[in-house]
Design a protein around this ligand. Structure first.
Ligand code: ATP
Ligand code: MG
Length: 360
């Protein structure tokens, strides 16, 4: 190599952001670049001639040691160095061997910043996914509302006609008639259909909110006695973990109660053989967070995506409207609902923003 080219290489080594250390065959430091002295906080003269091991705190698989003794190159191996100020710095290093001179060239990169970036990216991606889910849900809610209006229109009227006709017809049969039970069955089911449609229409309609300054902790607290009978019969313990002095929020008290009640009831119904339901609430600078954690059967992964859909239910007697209604109420308060579930632990988390809220 001519001297000019050598100078070019030297200039590169001196100016790169990566750590570059030249070691002799025994692992003694022969040369270091400014990135290495800067990172390790030593002056060049304090490092030259010293064993590299003196500056290493962790070499978990002893691979760097092997690199000297067995002359094995290293690729992307994490080693923790100790700087002069005692700070531990983990570098991802590569070591290549110079076969002629038996020197080792060690280059290292601090991946902390990179992993911070990756972490930020992952968080942003997760947030994006959550926003997308929320958007899909609110679109579903809006389309369910539109659908409800047309369903009501298309089904209600003919159903009314059928209902009146069935009742007229029913009068023709004596109570003792063998056909009477069939007539009763028809009428009962018409009533049920009517009820379903009315429920759907009223739950899909965006709620008219009567906002007033309210204490979310108090509303949560009121849910507990309303469910105590069910809890007693199913051997369910309710634990309240509501932080005192939560900020006051402008909400529709009745609606929020209804949403909290539905979630509490779901938690109870998920524990037919007993368990614990923890109702907790806390606040930060932006939100009040209310959580309903049960020790029930959990939600199968495939069901997760349909939980908030109208009429999605896994219960014999369920309507599948509870969470649909909850979603409508919470989102009309600009809040969010998140669900996490595994066996023996399901958590519904409601976040209500502090916008328009008062002081504790
Ligand atoms: N805490 C929970 N644990 C397990 N599954 C749950 C829980 N909460 C909701 N689910 C599931 O979500 C479904 C929908 O709940 P949702 O409250 O909307 O309807 P429902 O409880 O079935 O009927 P209802 O209209 O009477 O509330 C439930 O049937 C159940 O399968
Ligand atoms: Mg329910």
């Amino acid at each position: 190599m001519d001297i000019e080219k050598f100078r070019d290489y030297e200039a590169i080594i001196q100016n790169v952001a990566d750590v570059a250390i030249l070691l002799d065959g025994n692992g003694r430091i022969e040369r270091v670049n400014p990135a290495a002295t800067h990172l390790l906080r030593y002056q060049e003269k304090e490092l030259l001639g010293k064993k590299i091991e003196d500056f290493i705190s962790e070499d978990p698989k002893q691979k760097l040691k092997n690199c000297f003794s067995r002359k094995k190159p290293l690729y992307n191996y994490e080693v923790t160095f100790i700087a002069k100020n005692g700070k531990k710095i983990t570098l991802t290093i590569n070591a290549s061997l110079d076969p002629k001179k038996k020197d080792i060239i060690l280059s290292g990169r601090n991946m902390e910043k990179m992993s911070g970036l990756i972490r930020d990216l992952k968080n942003s991606y997760r947030e994006l996914e959550a926003t997308q889910e929320q958007l899909i849900r609110s679109e579903k809610l809006a389309s369910a509302g539109r659908m409800a209006a047309s369903v009501a229109h298309e089904i209600r009227n003919p159903l009314n006609v059928i209902s009146i006709a069935a009742q007229q017809l029913s009068k023709k049969f004596k109570e003792s008639s063998s056909q009477k039970p069939y007539m009763n069955l028809i009428i009962k089911n018409i009533e049920r259909l009517n009820y379903l449609i009315e429920e759907f229409v009223s739950s899909a309609r965006p709620p008219q909110l009567k906002m007033r300054l309210s204490n979310i902790g108090e509303i949560l607290h009121e849910v507990v006695p309303a469910t105590s009978e069910k809890c007693q019969s199913k051997k369910i313990k309710i634990i309240e973990n509501i932080k005192p002095r939560l900020p006051m929020l402008r909400v529709d008290r009745e609606r929020i109660y209804q949403a909290f009640f539905n979630m509490t009831l779901n938690g109870i119904e998920a524990m037919p053989h007993g368990g614990t339901l923890t109702i907790s609430a806390e606040s930060n600078a932006k939100f009040i967070k209310a959580r309903f954690t049960d020790t029930g059967e959990g939600i199968p992964k495939d069901d997760m995506i349909r939980l908030f859909d109208p009429f999605f239910t896994s219960k014999k007697e369920g309507m599948g409207l509870g969470l649909f209604v909850c979603y409508g109420i919470i989102s009309s308060h600009q809040g969010t609902i998140e669900v996490e579930s595994e066996k023996s632990r399901t958590v519904f988390t409601v976040q209500l923003p502090l916008i328009g809220g008062g002081s504790p």
